[in-house]
Design a protein around this ligand. Structure first.
Ligand SMILES: Cc1ncc(COP(=O)(O)O)c(C=O)c1O
Length: 387
């Protein structure tokens, strides 16, 4: 009996595994502080929930068109125009079960065996495994000394004849950086000369606190024929469990992703589509208070880290993570993975290890939790780092 070599190369999501362990320890009665979760701790807005209930009662319980119904795709087109100044047609939009599924289908649509994809470390956990499952080869550009995004010159050292695709994620999970217009111009100029697809994952768009988010496509419209914008409802509207994500892509790419949708999850349920339309039409103002709360928590966390002293990290401008450099604290042979496991077992503190993001030697702290937990968690982490 044999197995798929592609799927054997895939590892289960380490952040979900860590979260599951933390939940299990908490169930056993331990006071676990969980900073591993990648979701907002506040609920979906009531008007969105109400719309779903109404829609269910009205019988929107059947299949909808593969890749998203017309009303939802139009709402996404309108959102991209309003928030991002980008013009797409509904045929260019494909909706699926979360940005995760849409990304997966995009990699499957664009990659052939052995094609290389440039990922700049640190980067979101699922890109590399999805690329491997699609037959591609993830090529990690190592995390620079400051923990941010590597420069174009460094990226270029990892480009080969086999490079087919580049993935950008700003605001970034896990490092929290947001590329400003100048940085986007430099990156866009570089990518413009290459014959690569560009995936721009903008799922944390609304979680930009200090600089506002700009899409690379707005700065470099010439990239349109090779640009796939990824976004979704999970982070922006605290709708992680609803499973709605989308891409805006050149028509031929959208058609391929839609075709894969038609053979996999098919569609987003009608009542979830209706609720998503309400959220998209309301836009960022619907979540402004929650976003302000996240920013306040970021500020509290950073202030407390400064008070405790000794932490090394890149100042996060967006998303809801702090990516802490613990390389100086690791004894010979120790890894951040081992450290993260020990933190959970001994201090009941769950922080995702840098290995999950292609950046060993770091820990990701998600501050999408209450203030008391942030303070107590940082106290425990400080004690573990400075025993
Ligand atoms: C950078 C990034 N992209 C995509 C996703 C997928 O989000 P979803 O599948 O919930 O839409 C996540 C979720 O954690 C993420 O952090």
């Amino acid at each position: 009996m044999t197995f798929s070599r592609r799927i054997l190369s895939v590892q289960p999501s380490p952040t979900l595994a860590l979260n599951a362990k933390a939940v299990q320890l908490a169930k056993q009665g331990h006071n676990v502080l969980n900073f591993a979760v990648g979701e907002p701790d506040y609920p979906t807005a009531p008007i969105v929930v109400e719309r779903a209930i109404e829609s269910l009662r009205a019988g929107r319980t059947r299949y909808t068109p593969a890749g998203g119904g017309p009303e939802l795709r139009q709402a996404i087109v309108d959102k991209l125009q309003r928030d991002n100044g980008l013009t797409f047609s509904p045929s260019q939009i494909v909706v699926g079960a979360g940005a995760k599924e849409i990304l997966f289908h995009t990699f499957l649509s664009l990659l052939n065996d052995g094609d290389e994809v440039i990922l700049t470390a640190p980067c979101w956990v699922s890109y590399a495994d999805q690329i491997r499952a699609a037959g591609g080869v993830p090529v990690f550009v190592p995390v620079p000394e400051n923990g941010g995004m590597p420069s174009v010159d460094v990226i270029d050292q990892y480009a080969t004849q086999k490079t087919r695709l580049f993935v950008l994620n700003s605001p970034n999970n896990p490092a929290g950086y947001i590329l400003n217009e100048g940085e986007l111009k430099t990156l866009g100029a570089y990518l413009h000369q290459k014959s690569w697809w560009v995936i721009s994952d903008e799922i944390y768009e609304y979680m930009s606190f200090d600089v506002s988010h700009t899409s690379l496509l707005k700065v470099w419209p010439e990239l349109a024929q090779k640009f796939i914008l990824i976004n979704g409802m999970s982070k922006a509207f605290a709708m992680t469990g609803w499973r709605v994500g989308y891409c805006a892509a050149p028509d031929d790419v959208a058609a391929m992703v839609r075709s894969l949708q038609s053979h996999s999850s098919t569609c987003v349920p009608g009542f979830i589509e209706d609720a998503s339309v309400v959220a998209l039409k309301a836009g960022r103002p619907l979540m402004e208070k929650d976003i302000a709360k996240l920013k306040a928590r970021r500020d509290i966390a950073i202030k407390h880290m400064k008070t405790l002293g000794g932490f090394k990290f890149l100042y996060p401008q967006g998303a809801y993570y702090i990516f802490i450099d613990i390389r100086a604290h690791l004894k010979d042979g120790d890894t951040s993975l081992k450290f993260s496991n020990q933190l959970l077992q001994e201090k009941h503190l769950a922080l995702a290890p840098g290995e999950a993001f292609g950046a060993p030697g770091f820990l990701r702290l998600s501050y999408a939790t209450d203030e008391a937990t942030i303070i107590e968690g940082l106290n425990r982490l400080h004690k573990a780092l400075f025993p």
